[in-house]
Write a protein that binds this ligand. Structure first.
Ligand code: ZN
Length: 313
């Protein structure tokens, strides 16, 4: 029997568990755990960390009933993961500072565990899929458009974490000096224009009306001017920011995932043009940008694939 790896995609509200044979999900389980709220209520680090460990262990044991042989676990977590597998901090889920999640979960489950930042895990899933056809590939830039804007970079075949696990926080590149207020404390961050929330804010600003991203995408398909302008704003700022990122990293492949990538038809072409326009002219044709796999398995699939590759290396 081939090796099976469990991928866990941790969110502030939902946690998804999937057992993978390669990239194929063979069993999955999704549950509303409200970790953001429960860790906030816990109020201190010890209790909050214990709560997360128990939540992840419960999903593992549940799937073990269907798949008795799980060879390793990959955890995709929304937070800063350092090179030695420490969760330094999670902006989404409070009271988890300096959390040795990887070591403690491994000790509790008696199985090897790999912890990775969620955008980096999704980036690796995209990289893995692309590498099937292009084995020479070494790097990939990933941007996840969801509630926020996340970024991941695969370099020499592995996610790049940075000194504090905070590499590729592209959602907080400032694209409009003095612009919309951001949760990070600054103003005009990319996240305020290119996330689902950013799209909603733009639409509200241009039309005076509130609508959720799905409705705005439908309206854009129907050529509604306010919705088209909101997507234009998204594409403009994201394209400029990605051009800067490419100038720094010199990677050739960009994939855009996350829930909002389902509306790729509403902004993909404009994004491609904005990226091109802001690139160094001689390099304009070297970069390829496309929608990634925006399905809700992306985080856990990437985590499982990365765990398989790293833990067996
Ligand atoms: Zn910010």
């Amino acid at each position: 029997m081939s090796a099976l790896y469990l991928g866990i995609d941790v969110g502030g509200t939902n946690v998804r568990f999937g057992v993978f044979d390669g990239a194929q999900c063979v069993a999955s389980y999704r549950t509303e755990m409200n970790l953001r709220e429960r860790c906030a209520q816990a109020g201190e680090v010890g209790t909050a960390q214990q709560l997360v460990l128990e939540a992840l262990a419960s999903g593992y044991h549940r799937l073990r009933e269907q798949c008795p042989q799980i060879d390793g676990v990959g955890v995709a977590f929304p937070g800063f993961v350092t090179a030695d597998g420490l969760l330094r901090q999670s902006p989404n889920i409070p009271h988890l500072e300096s959390f040795a999640l990887e070591a403690r979960l491994s000790e509790q489950l008696q199985v090897p565990v790999l912890l990775e930042n969620d955008a980096n895990a999704a980036a690796f899933g995209e990289f893995w899929a692309l590498r099937q056809d292009h084995p020479e590939m070494q790097s990939l830039i990933y941007v996840g458009l969801g509630t926020g804007v996340g970024g991941g970079w695969i370099q020499s075949g592995r996610p790049w974490r940075g000194e504090d696990g905070a590499a590729m926080e592209i959602g907080h590149l400032i694209v409009v000096p003095g612009g919309r207020r951001c949760g990070c404390g600054n103003q005009g961050c990319l996240e305020q224009y290119a996330s689902a929330q950013g799209l909603v804010s733009s639409y509200l600003e241009y039309t005076g009306m509130a609508a959720d991203p799905k409705i705005i995408a439908q309206l854009a398909q129907d050529q509604n001017p306010g919705a088209l302008r909101a997507f234009q704003t998204l594409a403009e700022h994201l394209g400029q920011a990605l051009a800067h990122v490419v100038k720094v990293l010199d990677s050739r492949q960009i994939r855009v995932g996350g829930g909002l990538s389902a509306a790729w038809d509403c902004f993909g072409e404009e994004l491609r043009q904005q990226l091109r326009r802001n690139m160094i002219p001689a390099l304009q044709d070297t970069v390829e940008i496309a929608a990634g796999n925006g399905d809700d398995q992306a985080g856990m699939r990437g985590a499982a694939l990365l765990a398989r590759e790293v833990l067996t290396a």
